[in-house]
Design a protein around this ligand. Structure first.
Ligand SMILES: NC(=O)CC[C@H](N)C(=O)O
Length: 222
């Protein structure tokens, strides 16, 4: 299974995401944002966390205009998998691959701590190794994590079972406590918490491992 992890100026979780994929058994290439093409036969693109372009304009807005972003969009539009974490989730909303926007945290502060998440759906290759309703602990680290959608979009996300994770104790003001959402075809996941920072006992927890393992296992058998 082949993964590509995108590197923007200011990415800081790119290596962590690569290690998480590698430990789950994926072959990983790092792809600079100025490249125009993804490696051949890539199964999943990881859009990592960080502060791309210093968070100027809006978090993720400049990265969404990088040359590689058109290829990420094309990959998703032909049914390819994409995982966007934190700044990566912000990039995916800015490209239009996922609905909604990540606004400034409700308390206007940077929040950096492990949080409890409820697994809202197991109907995706990202979440199938968890149990429905399972509570997992995954770290957050952001100042613009306040996921905001209008009522009609929220109703669609609920009707289509596209809320992947919700916060048990909402740290940022997100609509309906949403921590992560899936695309309509369930192959693009964006989430503010960092599963790649929870894949080793030294991280203080390993609840992120199941996501990378289930992805690699399902993409290998696909
Ligand atoms: N860890 C991250 O990816 C942070 C994303 C973004 N820079 C924010 O603070 O909201």
């Amino acid at each position: 299974m082949k993964a590509a992890v995108i590197v923007f100026p200011g990415s800081n979780c790119d290596r962590d995401m690569a290690v998480a994929f590698e430990r789950a058994g994926a072959q990983v290439s790092m792809v600079w944002h100025k490249d125009t093409a993804l490696p051949d036969d890539v199964d999943i693109v990881g859009v990592p966390g960080g502060f791309s372009f210093g968070d100027y304009l809006r978090c993720g807005a400049i990265a969404a205009k990088s040359p590689i972003s058109a290829s990420i969009k094309a990959h998703a539009e032909r049914g390819g998998y994409v995982l966007g974490v934190c700044n990566g989730f912000q990039v995916l909303t800015e490209t239009g691959l996922l609905p909604g926007a990540l606004m400034r945290n409700a308390n206007l502060k940077f929040v950096c701590k492990p949080v409890d998440l409820k697994v809202e759906t197991t109907q995706s290759d990202f979440t199938s190794d968890y149990d429905a309703g399972q509570v997992i602990s995954i770290p957050v680290a952001h100042h613009d994590g306040n996921y905001t959608v209008d009522d009609a979009t929220l109703a669609t996300l609920r009707d289509q079972d596209r809320i992947a994770f919700s916060y048990v104790d909402n740290p940022n003001g997100s609509t309906a406590d949403i921590a992560g959402v899936l695309s309509e075809n369930r192959r693009v996941l964006g989430m503010m918490p960092h599963p790649e920072r929870a894949v080793d006992a030294a991280h203080g927890g390993t609840d992120g491992v199941a996501m990378f393992r289930s992805l690699v296992a399902s993409l290998e058998t696909a």
